[in-house]
Design a binder for this molecule. Structure first.
Ligand code: ADP
Ligand code: ZN
Ligand code: ZN
Length: 823
């Protein structure tokens, strides 16, 4: 091999350019594209960088090229396919390689000087530990943690990264933010029933003896319900889970342990969940599913992405399972993308049942060592590896070696789009490119296609496969539009419920069927208002009203989290007449409990699912009919499959329709159709009640007739007329500053420059819906670009303008970036 003198490397920094380093002679034999190297950057900082290119071209104009300090990996940790994908992302999303590198790699694989390191308490130090490693471990044990810079100093080395890498591989140290995560512990305390309570009698006596100690009794009862009396009887429960879910304190638990009612034992928990319940169940497809299956397969050789448009409960998941099975038989890997991994309990269980330990989950909330293991597991073939990766958007950035199929489930969901930080990519679109690179098949599945994807069908870029019937020919739900204004006029409203909705709920409860109610606002009331002067309490950091949360008895900002106590009176006129306005999920829950005192009501939103496993618990309780009415936000619209839901209510459709955004009709349709899809999935037809003051609204009529095509066609002509996607490409230029005047100056200047370049296809600058968030004022300029060859060069021009405005000396403190295909 000829010698290469230089390496261009990617640094985990938002810097645009490649950085060139010299390759010392003794590294020549081992350096490869895709391995990590340690390089010095700036006066004192060291980074692990990725080798991107090897070459012999002396960089022009540089006089001081530094040497590479060390090579970290014997073999590349990224694949050539990834480099192609990253290059595409850089061009398409106006971002840098460094940003993609940062987003893609788990932090343990991209050590930086500031990275914090600590001793892993579960590590047993062997006697033959090399001196330097041992010294470092002892230091970390003593200090708790240290950053890499101070470790360098401690070891008297220019860079300690290679030593750290060895310790990481030995699992002797832990990296940074994941320290706090108890999941990184390999041993966890679990609570068992004490052997003394071996029979019902003993249990009864124990409970009896606690009559005067209510908390202890509660905790013991809770434990029994979670283990012995749970449907899937289990022997124990993790201590942490028990305390979190019961909300009872550690001291109470300790007393029960002392009384020998309960028993604590440390159990080893594997870091990766290779578990499965071994059922390995895969259904046979019915006729409609078989038809979809073979249609999809027909497109395999063409490389065309397939949009699978199947109504809710048509059985799309089972079709995916068959396709996955086939890929596995061919020895190929499968990527299964979901919008939010936290909300996919049911799907994950389904896939685990079908594929057991071949399915692995990639979760940004997993701790780093787990993510590193999945990374390496995807990269290298091992004795036991995951062949199916289920994950949210960042799973598309894993190092697949042999990808055969990508499924993008619920492709219409906007959580596929990353908002912050850069790269602001849409994983659905990245998946399509990734599939192309691997010559894999990609399937975008949904009951409510995004207009972008459907447009791609119309323009022949994607193939369309349809499933128009529900599994077992259950009818789609009956849709009723309920006129709130009319009912109010006639004084027929029962609190927030129209007679239609009230009657339907009552009937459902009588028949022991379940109800889902959807309201896209959490909290009790969206805002408070003074009845005398109209004053509304607002967030001090954001231009937005505060939401009233009754159970916290506080006002909360949904943008920055700022929380304050309730006002005694009006902030302007001191009147004590403060009213709640509008209604959120909390209020609905409360009102319902007054109207249907017998019903068991639960709420599913961000607030009620914050505790670990709280979401899974709610799903389980609803599935097992321990809940009659489930009130929730968007969370209840997402892919849930329940057997006994006969009624779905949308409490306020106006709120969706009136949202100021060019996609609001598309979104309204998607949300209503998706939540409606939860009704009547098995056995019988369900019913959906849509409450609105605009009963003749065309979108509501279309959703009631399940007429997606009509909505699509109608909206397409508007989008074309007003130059919106999918006819035009949008790039949103965002500018932020803490000083409003500075922001305005910069935004106006930016808009003028863009107008010079792109003429009339510029909107703004304007404040977004909330013009100030966390003390940052924000303005946006929308650039509408034609879908032609000039697209890439236009984006480059926008980027240049952004760079130039940021570097103006009077613009220190200005944040500016481009968001391509904003959602
Ligand atoms: P979709 O993803 O299209 O909304 P699902 O795949 O969740 O629909 O299917 C709806 C329900 O029908 C699920 O409970 C699923 O288990 C069941 N189902 C679908 N296909 C089959 C099949 N071939 N055999 C048995 N049950 C099936
Ligand atoms: Zn007032
Ligand atoms: Zn705020």
């Amino acid at each position: 091999m000829t010698e290469q003198l230089f390496a261009d490397v990617i640094l985990p920094l938002p810097l645009g350019d490649m950085f060139t380093y010299r390759i010392p002679a003794d590294f020549q034999a081992n350096i490869k594209v895709g391995v990590r190297v340690i390089v010095q950057f700036g006066a004192r900082k060291f980074f692990s960088a990725l080798v991107y290119k090897l070459h012999n071209n002396m960089p022009v104009g540089s006089f001081d090229i530094k040497d590479i300090d060390a090579i970290l990996d014997p073999e590349p940790i990224i694949t050539p396919a990834q480099i192609i994908l990253w290059e595409w992302m850089v061009d398409y999303y106006c971002c840098t390689m460094g940003e993609v590198y940062k987003a893609a790699l788990p932090s343990a694989l991209k050590l930086e000087s500031q990275t914090k390191v600590s001793f892993n308490p579960n590590f047993n130090m062997p006697v033959d530990m090399p001196g330097e490693e041992e010294a470092l471990l002892l230091m970390l044990q003593g200090h708790g943690q240290a950053n890499i810079q101070s470790i360098n100093k401690f070891l008297g080395k220019k860079s300690a990264l290679s030593t750290l890498k060895i310790l990481l591989e030995k699992n002797a140290v832990l990296i940074e933010e994941k320290l706090a995560d108890s999941y990184s512990a390999k041993v966890q305390p679990f609570i068992f029933l004490h052997p003394k309570l071996a029979n019902d009698n003993a249990i009864r006596e124990a409970l009896e003896s606690l009559k005067k100690a209510k908390k202890q009794q509660q905790l013991l009862e809770f434990f029994l319900a979670e283990t012995l009396y749970h449907e899937e009887k289990r022997p124990n429960i993790a201590k942490k889970e028990l305390l979190e879910q019961s909300g009872i304190s550690d001291t109470v638990l300790r007393t029960l342990l002392e009384k020998e009612f309960l028993h604590l034992q440390e159990i080893e928990v594997g870091r990766l969940d290779f578990s499965s319940d071994g059922e390995q169940k895969i259904f046979d497809l019915n006729e409609a599913q078989n038809k979809a299956f073979s249609e999809i397969k027909q497109y395999q050789p063409t490389g065309k992405p397939v949009l699978l448009h199947g109504v809710t409960a048509s059985g799309k998941t089972e079709v995916y399972i068959k396709l996955i099975e086939e890929q596995l038989a061919l020895g190929k890997q499968v990527l299964y993308l979901v919008p939010e991994i936290g909300l996919t309990t049911q799907l994950i269980n389904r896939l685990k049942r079908a594929f057991g330990d071949k399915a692995g989950i990639y979760h940004s909330r997993f701790n780093d060592s787990e993510r590193v293991e999945i990374w390496l597991n995807t990269l290298h073939e091992r004795e036991k590896s995951f062949e199916i990766i289920i994950g949210a958007r960042s799973a598309a950035l894993l190092p697949f070696r042999n990808l055969g199929l990508i499924i993008v489930d619920e492709e219409h969901e906007n959580s596929y789009k990353q908002f912050d930080p850069s790269p602001r990519y849409n994983a659905r679109d990245v998946a399509v490119v990734l599939a192309q690179i691997h010559r894999a098949q990609v399937i975008l599945g949904t009951a409510t296609p995004s207009f972008e994807s459907y447009f791609n069908v119309k323009t022949n870029k994607y193939a369309l496969v349809e499933m128009k019937e529900r599994f077992q020919n259950i009818s789609l739900p009956e849709m009723v539009i309920a006129d709130v204004r009319e009912a109010t006029k006639r004084k027929q409203m029962k609190s927030l419920l129209t007679p239609d909705l009230y009657d339907s709920i009552e009937t459902a409860l009588k028949n022991e069927e379940q109800v889902i109610l959807f309201q896209n606002r959490r909290g009790f009331a969206p805002y408070l208002q003074c009845g005398t002067c109209g004053w509304i309490p607002k967030c001090k950091n954001c231009d937005v009203s505060l939401t009233y949360h009754k159970h916290l008895s506080a006002l909360v900002c949904h943008y920055c989290g700022h929380t304050q106590s309730l006002p005694d009176g009006c902030g302007e006129c001191h009147s004590e007449d403060i009213k709640t306005r509008g209604f959120g999920t909390e209020k609905i829950e409360e009102e319902l409990s007054l109207i249907f005192p017998e019903a068991r009501i639960a709420r599913m939103d961000m607030d009620s699912t914050r505790a670990k496993k709280a979401y899974e618990r709610l799903i389980y309780q609803f599935e097992s009919k321990q809940i009659d009415i489930l009130v929730g936000t968007q969370m209840v619209t997402k892919g849930l499959d329940f057997d006994h839901v006969s009624v779905v209510g949308i409490l306020n459709a106006d709120q969706l329709l009136n949202y100021p955004d060019f996609r609001s009709f598309e979104r309204s349709y998607q949300l209503i159709a998706q939540v409606s899809g939860r009704a009547g999935r098995k056995n019988k037809q369900g019913k959906v009640i849509i409450q609105t003051t605009q009963p003749k609204h065309p979108v509501l009529l279309e959703v009631a007739e399940h007429n997606f095509i009509q909505l699509f066609n109608r909206q397409m002509s508007e989008r074309q007329l007003f130059k919106y996607p999918p006819y035009f490409r949008l790039v949103k230029v965002v500018l932020k500053h803490k000083n409003r005047d500075r922001l305005n100056l910069a935004a106006n200047q930016m808009a003028a420059k863009l107008r010079k370049l792109f003429g009339f296809n510029i909107l703004g600058p304007e404040y977004p819906l909330v013009g100030r968030i966390q003390s940052w004022y924000q303005k946006e300029i929308w650039v509408k670009l034609e879908r032609d060859q000039k697209l890439m060069s236009s984006k480059k021009k926008i980027l240049e303008e952004i760079k130039s405005i940021k570097t103006q000396p009077n613009n220190a403190g200005l944040v500016a970036y481009a968001d391509v295909d904003p959602m």
